[in-house]
Design a protein. Structure first.
Length: 302
C-alpha cells in the first residue's frame, strides 16, 4: 500500500538546496550562502562585505532575490502544500532488471572502461538476485516515490514575468525539498532502516545518509519512459501528476524515482552505451529500437 505525505510549505523550506535555486538564476554557488544568514539587517549587511568590491553588486542582486523568494514562500504557505507518494515494494533483481511487486523495470549498466578495474554499475546491483530472505528489509525492498507541487502554483503571477519565473524556480526547489524531507521520514520511520539517523541539515543536503534515491531522467536512470512503469505502481494521479505521451510529468515541478537502502549503494552515471546494449534494453523494455533511441539519445555513442 502506498503512503502520501502532505507538507506545508514552511515544513519543507528548510530542506531547499539554495545552490540550485541560485544556479537557475545565473548565480555562482558562493552567492547562495545568503540562505545561511539569519534574517537580520546587520547580518546580511555583513555578508555583503565578505565579497570583493567588484562582486558586491551581484551579491546585492542575490540578496534581493532571496528576500523576494522568502516573501513568495510565506504567501504560498497560507494556501498550498507539497505532496509525496511512496510505496515500499517487495523486490528482487533479475540480471539488469528489478522486479517490484511483480512489475519488471529494465535498467541500464555502465559500459565505460575503468582504469582502476572497478565494476560497471547498474542499479540492480543494490538488490538481491533472489527473494529467499523474506525479512531482509534492505536487500529485498525498493522504495518507489513521486513528489509534486500544487498545480495552481504554476498559474500564479502569470502577468508578472519576474514573479512568474520566481514561482517556477521555487516550485522546482519545493518539489525537490519535499522529496528530501519525505526520504528522511521514510528512512527514519516509514521504512525505518535508519531509525537512529541524526544528521544536520548541511549533512542531509550533502546526502551523507544511508541509501540513494535516483530520480527518473537523472544519470543512473536516464530513460524518462520509466515513469510509465512507476505510474503503474504508484498511480501518479493520486497526487495530481499526469504524464505526457513521452513520459514527462505535469506539473513540471515534479520528481519521481526509486529508493535503495543498501549501505554500499551509490550514485553513478550510465554514460554512453553502445548499439548492443541499446538493442538488449529495447527488448527488455518491450519497445522498438526507434522509441528507445528517442528516450536515450543523450546516452548513445556516436
Amino acid at each position: 500500500m502506498s503512503k502520501i505525505f502532505s507538507y506545508k510549505i514552511h515544513e519543507v523550506t528548510p530542506y531547499i538546496n539554495w545552490i540550485y535555486f541560485f544556479h537557475a538564476w545565473g548565480f555562482a554557488p558562493r552567492f547562495a550562502t545568503i540562505a545561511n544568514i539569519k534574517c537580520c539587517y546587520a547580518c546580511r549587511a555583513m555578508w555583503l562585505t565578505t565579497f570583493v568590491e567588484n562582486d558586491r553588486p551581484k551579491a546585492s542582486e542575490a540578496l534581493q532575490l532571496y528576500k523576494d523568494a522568502e516573501r513568495i514562500l510565506k504567501l504560498l504557505d497560507k494556501d498550498y502544500e507539497v505532496q509525496s507518494i511512496v510505496k515500499l515494494c517487495k523486490a528482487y533483481a533479475d540480471g539488469d532488471d528489478i522486479i517490484l511487486d511483480g512489475i519488471r523495470i529494465p535498467l541500464l549498466r555502465q559500459q565505460k572502461i575503468n582504469n582502476d578495474n572497478s565494476p560497471n554499475l547498474c542499479l540492480s546491483d543494490f538488490i538481491r538476485q533472489n527473494i529467499s530472505q523474506e525479512n531482509d528489509k534492505i536487500g529485498n525492498t525498493v522504495g518507489v516515490f513521486a513528489s509534486s507541487v500544487d498545480e495552481e502554483i504554476a498559474h500564479l503571477y502569470q502577468n508578472d514575468p519576474y514573479k512568474s519565473l520566481l514561482i517556477q524556480t521555487l516550485s522546482d526547489r519545493l518539489a525537490e525539498a519535499a522529496t528530501e524531507k519525505m526520504h528522511e521520514d521514510v528512512r527514519k520511520n516509514y521504512w525505518g532502516y535508519a531509525s537512529d539517523e541524526n544528521l544536520s541539515m548541511p549533512d542531509l543536503l550533502l546526502e551523507k545518509f544511508q541509501g540513494i534515491r535516483p530520480a527518473v531522467g537523472y544519470p543512473s536512470l536516464p530513460d524518462q519512459s520509466v515513469n510509465f512503469l512507476i505510474d503503474e505502481i504508484l498511480s501518479f494521479r493520486s497526487i495530481g501528476i499526469t504524464l505526457t505521451e513521452n513520459g514527462a510529468m505535469h506539473p513540471h515541478a515534479s520528481v519521481s524515482g526509486l529508493m535503495f537502502a543498501h549501505p554500499q549503494s551509490q550514485y553513478f552515471s550510465i554514460g554512453k552505451i553502445g548499439h548492443d546494449q541499446l538493442n538488449d534494453y529495447a527488448k527488455r523494455r518491450g519497445l522498438s529500437m526507434e522509441e528507445v533511441r528517442k528516450y536515450l539519445s543523450a546516452n548513445l555513442k556516436e
